[in-house]
Design a protein around this ligand. Structure first.
Ligand code: SF4
Length: 590
């Protein structure tokens, strides 16, 4: 493995992944050996191995089952299914079975919300879980049948494309967009991207022409293109579908970006949950090399550009571009201090443009059809179309491509939503709209979205959605800065306290304070956006919180008297003085 990666320390994440695949887990002596052979400090290897949730430095069983735990999975009954599997295998969630055979736990959204409930079995996605499948899975595990021999239909992932527009219906042949870009030349191409007013589709909406020009103009020994396919926002799966159904358009877009900025190397950072796509994508890249559509002298036009796929290892924060670059360099995915920005100091300190999968595919379309054509679609401030991943309480979950400016109500109607009470428009990190707001438009200037549209009908308890989001962020905070590390944990505990009926209005005020503190003081976008949906739900669905308030005065989050029981056991005391409540009454009486 080390030889294949040329003993390069910046390939550490891939080295660890492949080593774990081969050995089952990352034992201390394995980490020592890797550090020694790469000639880097052991602590560097250990901190990277520790950071990613798909790496394990303790044995976790021959079978590792991770249930996707997005709110949409919960709405589809994932908790009961997990409980059933644990009972059949005689184990507790989060623990390894006593015989070391299997562990069952949860993981953040696996990007299968249109066909959940879903899980990862040894990191391979299984969708459309049913009680019957869980029964059979337990049986297969007990018989020690390798995951690769489980029923193939379990691993089938549907694209579920429900509405096509200019991108999903482009009708172009592989390489056609790339040829058009080469004809235009780098300056002409950048002019078209500028005229199109294309903005990044990952959510931030940064102008693509500005990003590409800044990167092209930056000095460096080499320039790089990174395709950010680490879509981890709960409820988002549009990049999965683009990669699966139209990979050539994404590759054309990457080559075009490379041509515009003067790069000859690109990376696709594929989220670990989409590992099932890896072989297929690698094969297609090899076919394109054979066909002269990738690699040296592309289309015989003297342009060289090649692509490598890097598989993530289960860290939502790596969707943030500087964290993603850290991960590509073999380090824990912690966001960098900016400036400098990646366009001048990115991968290995060189100028790097990081673009979303959808943005790159759209750039390919613009290379053929031109900027003016693209600008005529959508709204003046949000040109073109947007891919929406629609899930939750709808009759037809899946991918919908709409021109920007479409109303939320139109999206709901297309997806067959009825009796809707709320829609989250940017996963766990964006706003939550109530019925009175369904006339609002999907656009950067009104309702911006990275593509996650989760729908909740009147039967849903919006408190549970907010609680799921709070736990998601507590799990995914990288821990680098205190406001986010502590704030996300406090919010998750406050939501649990509400769920236990131990809260007072003081706790809701505390969440409000936490929101302001985290927004102002967090180091990166995760901390800055971690409370948006939570706060929105609290403001718009207040009764769901109010009915859980236990007392108008402060209430502790746990039963202190019960917590003292261990001390009573150890000291052998059980008199009135050893009980908190009795002490309180005694003092009150005194
Ligand atoms: Fe890490 Fe959160 Fe700080 Fe971002 S805001 S650097 S995710 S701790």
């Amino acid at each position: 493995i080390l030889e294949r990666h040329a003993y390069e320390a910046h390939r550490l994440v891939q080295i660890l992944r492949e080593t774990q695949d081969a050995l089952g887990w990352l034992a201390p002596e394995t980490l020592t050996c890797i550090a020694h052979r790469l000639q880097i400090p052991r602590v560097q290897v250990e901190s990277t191995a520790n950071f990613y949730s798909f790496f394990h430095i303790r044995p976790l069983g021959e079978y590792r089952i991770l249930f996707s735990d997005n709110i949409t999975d919960r709405m589809l009954g994932n908790q009961a299914l997990m409980q059933a599997l644990c009972e059949k295998l005689w184990l507790e969630p989060g623990r390894v079975a006593e015989d070391g055979l299997v562990s069952v736990d949860t993981t953040s959204c696996t990007g299968m919300c249109d066909q959940g409930p879903a899980l990862l079995a040894n990191y391979r996605a299984i969708t459309r879980l049913t009680p019957a499948r869980i029964d059979e899975m337990a049986h297969l595990i007990r018989r020690r049948v390798p995951v690769g021999d489980w029923p193939p239909e379990w691993f089938h992932v549907e694209d579920n494309i429900r509405r096509r527009d200019v991108l999903l219906d482009h009708g172009l042949a592989p390489g056609e967009a790339l040829a058009a870009a080469l004809d235009r030349g780098p300056t002409g191409l950048l002019g078209e991207i500028e005229r199109s007013a294309l903005r990044g589709r990952g959510g931030a909406g940064f102008g693509s022409d500005i990003k590409w020009r800044s990167c092209r103009d930056a000095w460096g020994d080499a320039h790089y293109v990174i395709c950010n396919a680490d879509e981890g926002e709960p409820g988002t799966f549009k990049d999965r579908v683009l990669l699966s159904s139209d990979f050539d358009m994404v590759v054309d877009g990457m080559c075009i970006a490379g041509f515009a900025i003067g790069a000859s190397k690109g990376f696709i950072y594929l989220r670990g949950e989409y590992r099932y796509l890896l072989d297929r994508l690698e094969t297609r890249l090899a076919q394109r090399r054979e066909a002269g559509l990738l690699g040296r002298d592309i289309l015989g036009r003297g342009f060289t550009f090649d692509i490598e796929i890097h598989l993530g290892a289960g860290a939502y924060i790596c969707g943030e571009e500087s964290a993603l670059i850290e991960s590509l360099e073999g380090k824990p995915g912690k966001p960098r201090i900016r400036p400098p920005f990646p366009v001048t100091h990115g991968y290995l300190g060189q100028p790097t443009t990081v673009n979303n999968v959808e943005t790159l595919a759209l750039a390919a379309l613009i290379a053929v059809r031109g900027g003016e054509w693209f600008r005529a679609i959508g709204t003046p401030a949000s040109t073109g179309t947007k891919l929406l991943s629609v899930s939750g309480d709808v009759a037809r979950p899946g991918i919908y491509e709409f021109p920007f400016g479409v109303s939320v109500a139109e999206v709901l109607e297309a997806a067959g939503a009825t009796d809707t009470q709320a829609v989250t428009t940017a996963g766990a990190a964006g706003s939550c709209l109530a019925v009175s707001e369904f006339g609002r438009r999907i656009a950067f200037e009104d309702v911006p979205t990275g593509g996650s549209i989760m729908v909740f009908d009147q039967s849903r308890d919006m408190f549970e959605a907010a609680r799921n989001f709070a736990h998601f962020f507590a799990h995914e905070s990288c821990g680098f800065c205190t406001p986010c590390r502590v704030g996300t944990a406090v919010n998750a505990r406050l939501m649990d306290k509400l769920a236990l009926d131990r809260s007072s209005p003081y706790d809701l005020d505390e969440m409000e304070r936490m929101h302001h503190l985290m927004q102002g003081a967090s180091h990166c976008g995760l901390g800055n956006t971690a409370t948006i949906a939570l706060r929105d739900i609290l403001a718009k669905f207040r009764p769901a919180f109010d009915r859980r308030l236990h007392s108008p005065d402060y209430e502790p989050g746990f039963d202190l008297d019960a917590a003292l029981s261990q001390a009573r056991r150890m000291t052998g005391r059980d008199d009135a003085g050893a009980h908190l409540t009795d002490n309180r009454s005694a003092h009150a009486g005194g």
